[in-house]
Design a protein around this ligand. Structure first.
Ligand code: NAG
Ligand code: NAG
Ligand code: NAG
Ligand code: ZN
Length: 563
């Protein structure tokens, strides 16, 4: 990595320190319809989680800003859909605030007390399961509430979250009208603003969010979470997520807009909340996944390594050992990252500050310093807003005893030094890679038959070891033949544009046509666009050239397995 790149990364990390001020206080539950702190703007997004959550999260992360999401359990999608679970973890890990918008988005004043409690209970249960948090804020659907709803929320420790400006993005306002609303906020020279948008509108994610971020930042406002602009804690408590089980379902729960009653019993109590994981307490014991190697996403040939098998040994980066090494082979077991059988990746006790160096220590039941959440490319210290971070963004072998580049924790930024890829086995170092196989066929591989500028990317029967089928994800580039990158022909955003390869420096960020991320739902998305690599006509015949197409959830032509 060039010196300038590492400088950028350390600046990014440094700015994150200031953005993450120390925790404040738990306010007595009340109704908030405006921010308190000067110069703060909180952009809030209702009605998700839905398919645009990651994109909205990424826009904010890229701008060093934070958003707030008021979520439903069963509205536009079921929060327990595995893609939604992953997206919710992703936005939380990126440091955005998550609040309740009730389970089914029913209009609360029309419900009985038991039905209101049920709508809050099911949302608290989902957050407790997926994130291990207790929300401190509930936004009543439609902003409708009365004193009974206020006291029910208060008894559950939650303030009501309203707003003082509404973009109308979900009420039929055009993008231009919503943009005009943001401009009205600027023209009013407000001290602060608490603005309502919706996560479920595609144009909000593609157009309004970049517009608003740019507008408010260029006028000197801080884009912060709602809790931050009030100076209070976003959550009542932070514990640990639970292990997914078949009880995580929207089946048998109130439909969107509906409430409990009849065959659906009303839940009026308090859901299970895990402040620590104790074995056996939360559903089935997870099956450990051994032989996992963690690579900085930008350096497929480097591996997360324990300096020795001693209790307290440092954790660093070294060249992956071909054929594997016990000091690099991790076992994922629930929230634990185990190595040498009995040691676990550990934040040393007593410090949670940015820059704290990691170690391995004997795995101990319920030790919260050993709990990690793997979400997308990040490894988050469970219950904290800190992530495994490549010190100084430098993927350099650590010389024995220098420990200069031991791995650290840092406030989750979503940045490149917190992007990790894991492979089964060490992967291939030095320019090798993985095959990319369409979801519909395990013996078909993406192939670049000719190592030449403009060479097509096609499907072919997999051929073991063929250089034309070995891809490495280096930064956001997908590299084949060591120096060619997957490339959107002509940078065209037209659906159906064919995919080619073009010469490149692996990991370069200058050519937008060669930047791709792999989403948790295994789509290969063109960075900054809503376009994904697509198996043209679903045709698996050898020689069929793949294309770009509007990213579509659950489209089997857009699911790719890296093997
Ligand atoms: C829609 O846009 C207009 C023009 O910016 C704005 O005055 C209005 O408050 C917005 N919201 C709704 C709900 O119409
Ligand atoms: C499938 O792709 C092959 C190779 O490009 C092509 O010859 C064939 O016509 C395609 N079939 C369909 C149905 O598109
Ligand atoms: C995707 O497919 C799953 C399983 O078939 C389904 O439960 C889910 O509702 C689908 N999601 C979308 C957004 O279509
Ligand atoms: Zn809503």
């Amino acid at each position: 990595m060039s010196p300038s790149a590492s400088l950028v990364i350390s600046l990014l990390s440094a700015s994150a320190v200031f953005a993450h001020s120390s925790l404040k206080y738990r306010a007595t539950p009340q109704v908030y319809d405006a921010c308190i702190k000067a110069n703060d703007v909180a952009l809030t997004f209702d009605d998700g989680p839905y398919i645009y959550l990651r994109s909205i999260s990424d826009h904010f992360t890229a701008a060093g800003a934070k958003a707030t999401f008021f979520m439903n359990g069963n509205n536009w999608d079921c929060i327990y859909n595995p893609d939604r679970i992953s997206d919710v973890k992703y936005a939380y890990a990126a440091g955005h605030m998550i609040g309740s918008h009730t389970w089914s988005h029913a209009d609360l004043p029309t419900l009985s007390t038991a039905q209101i409690q049920d709508g809050m209970f099911r949302m608290e249960e989902a957050f407790s399961r997926i994130l291990g948090i207790k929300p401190a804020f509930m936004r009543p659907p439609f902003g409708d509430y009365n004193s009974n709803i206020q006291s029910i929320a208060a008894a559950r420790g939650q303030s009501l979250a309203l707003w003082d400006w509404d973009t109308g993005d979900a009420d039929g306002n055009t993008t231009a009208q919503s943009e005009a609303l943001y401009q009205d906020v600027i023209n009013a020279k407000v001290t602060n603003a608490l603005i309502l948008e919706h996560e479920t509108e595609e144009t909000t994610s593609t157009t309004l969010v970049p517009f608003a971020i740019n507008l408010f930042q260029s006028h000197g406002y801080n884009l912060v979470t709602m809790a931050e602009c009030l100076g209070v804690d976003p959550y009542q408590a932070i514990g640990v997520p639970q292990t997914q089980s078949s009880s995580w379902t929207c089946d048998g729960t109130p439909d969107p807009g509906a409430a409990c009653g009849g065959s659906i019993a009303c839940e009026t109590g308090t859901p299970v909340f895990s402040s620590t994981t104790t074995s056996g307490s939360t559903g089935p014991t997870p099956t450990p996944t051994p032989n996992q190697y963690f690579h900085p996403s930008a350096s497929a040939s480097k591996c997360l390594t324990a300096a020795s098998n001693a209790d307290g040994a440092a954790v660093e980066i070294e060249d992956c050992v071909s054929g594997g090494s016990t000091s690099q082979s991790w076992t994922i077991s629930g929230n634990l990252l185990q190595i040498f059988g009995t040691r676990c990746l550990t934040v040393p006790p007593g410090s949670s500050a940015d820059g704290t160096k990691l170690q391995i220590s004997t795995c101990t039941n319920g030790n919260t310093n050993q709990q990690w959440i793997i979400s997308g490319n990040t490894l988050q210290w469970s219950g904290h807003s800190s992530c495994l971070d490549l010190t100084n963004g430098v993927a350099t072998n650590d010389n024995p005893a220098s420990l200069k580049f031991s791995m650290q924790i840092w406030t989750c930024t979503g940045g490149p030094n917190q992007a990790w890829t894991h492979t089964t086995g060490p992967g291939t170092s030095g320019g090798g890679g993985q095959t990319i196989r369409p979801g519909a066929s395990s013996n078909t591989c993406l192939s670049a038959p000719s190592a030449a500028n403009g060479g097509p990317v096609v499907v072919q029967p997999c051929s073991s070891g063929s250089a034309s089928q070995q891809w490495s994800h280096v930064g956001n580039t997908l590299v084949v033949y060591n120096s060619f990158c997957m490339d959107i022909t002509g940078g065209s955003t037209t659906a159906g544009t064919k995919i080619q390869i073009w010469s490149c420096t692996p990991g370069q960020t200058g050519d937008a046509n060669q930047q791709f991320t792999v989403t948790s739902s295994k789509m290969i998305q063109w960075v900054g666009q809503n376009d994904c690599i697509d198996l043209t006509n679903g045709n698996l015949t050898a020689g069929n050239q793949v294309q770009s197409w509007t990213c579509t959830a659950n489209n089997s032509n857009q699911i790719w397995n890296f093997v």
